[in-house]
Design a binder for this molecule. Sequence first.
Ligand SMILES: Cc1cc2nc3c(=O)[nH]c(=O)nc-3n(C[C@H](O)[C@H](O)[C@H](O)COP(=O)(O)OP(=O)(O)OC[C@H]3O[C@@H](n4cnc5c(N)ncnc54)[C@H](O)[C@@H]3O)c2cc1C
Length: 474
Amino acid sequence: MVVGDISTGTDVLVVGAGPGGYVAAIRASQLGLDTTLVEKDAYGGVCLNRGCIPSKALITGADTAHGAANAEAMGVHADPAVDMAAMQSWKDGVVDQLTGGVEKLCKANGVNLVEGTAEFAGEGRVRVAHGGEGQGSETIEYEHAIIATGSRPIQIPGFEFDEEHVLSSQGALSLDTVPDELVVVGAGYIGMELSTTYAKLGTDVTVVEMLDSALPGYEDDIARTVRKRAEELGVEFHFGEGASEWEPHNDGVRVTTETEDGETSTYAADKVLVAVGRSPVTDTLGLDAIGLEPDENGFLATDEFGETAVDDVYAVGDVAGEPMLAHKASAEGEVVAEVIAGEPAAMDFQAIPAAVFTDPEIGTVGMTEAEAADAGFDPVVGKMPMNASGRALTLSEPEGFVRVVADSETGFVLGGQIVGPEASELVAELALAVEMGATLEDVGSTVHTHPTLSEAVMEAVKNAQGHAIHTLNR
Ligand SMILES: Cc1cc2nc3c(=O)[nH]c(=O)nc-3n(C[C@H](O)[C@H](O)[C@H](O)COP(=O)(O)OP(=O)(O)OC[C@H]3O[C@@H](n4cnc5c(N)ncnc54)[C@H](O)[C@@H]3O)c2cc1C
């Protein structure tokens, strides 16, 4: 122990108060374990402070402005003015309310909160450095540790984030004025969400992506639907181009890209946003001190109970690997807390949904048709186009479809892919179906409210059964 340290002990030490860590801490405390949660920055982690919540707040702001400006067909004539500074302070208010709520919930559940940066100091010991100079440090001894330190944006060489010219997603979520022109490097989900948002706010957005399509990892018809709509909103895509350097230009930037064949192009803009993925925060944790080694990408391998290669050391959330999503982090947090408390719990990755809040939204869960076939099933697929949904038409959002994948032999729902309005909400029904082992019969014979988008899920299921009413059966 360093002179001046104070030393305390705890059953469960959680490092990081994002959706993985704070949920684990609350659940552990609920289960009667003495629990300490260490956070170096802000309660709620990336999700509440610079990820899910701020991005969805700005998406709502942009949708509201864009929707009002484009409602002539409905007989609404409006010319909305966007006050970005006001939108930011509304967004910050939402964030503050939620982060304050997390702190209160932790306290109300009896979690000991410690502010500072944690580093492993040896088996069963973590050293926490408190804030700035003279703030001191403490050593906490633990029976069980849960690492929930999340992830940070990946930098590409030559594009260090200064949040003025070169933005990370964090900088892009905090702009006080709407840029006239923005170059976005990367067409993954964060790049696509932010491109659509700024396009709706009136920015000329240019996306450069090294691969040959947007939203890698999603099926072609899904990625194409979202890309087509983004193009309608004015987003310009350049595929097969990697950003190689940037230089100041007028008051903004000039970004150079390069193809595999060495052809270069340049794009001028006010700012460049680099959204090429995120990497786990495991390099600053002193993991050597407990003999824990991350894989070559920095992730910590865990078993279905969330335990790492070191006994009594668990990892949840982004540090524990894909999918790097808030609800996966929280689900793992609950499981790990229950495992430590001796409850029968384990992770099931089959039924973790994913959503992308583009226009239209994407919601997916479980297996695609190809994955089901690869897994040895004989998949049956049903589809319902959104333009056959009465509710989608009344929302003036007819793009997209619901697709459901089931096992033809048993009828078990294996997965689903939705692209369309409120896909992020609709996917919950299919996630429940996958999780509980529901069949096509279960979902198809459930009466759905009319007129709703959820009817499209029911119709896709009936289509798989060969008796859809509102779309032609295959
Ligand atoms: C722009 C953007 C949009 C997103 N949108 C969505 C979305 O719509 N839906 C979704 O599911 N996911 C979304 N995500 C991903 C989501 O934010 C993450 O998957 C989620 O936050 C991971 O949670 P976590 O608990 O693992 O870590 P984090 O939320 O990253 O939290 C980790 C915490 O650990 C703290 N910490 C790190 N090191 C230490 C240390 N040594 N000592 C003490 N504290 C430490 C950090 O300060 C941080 O608060 C988005 C991410 C971004 C960037």
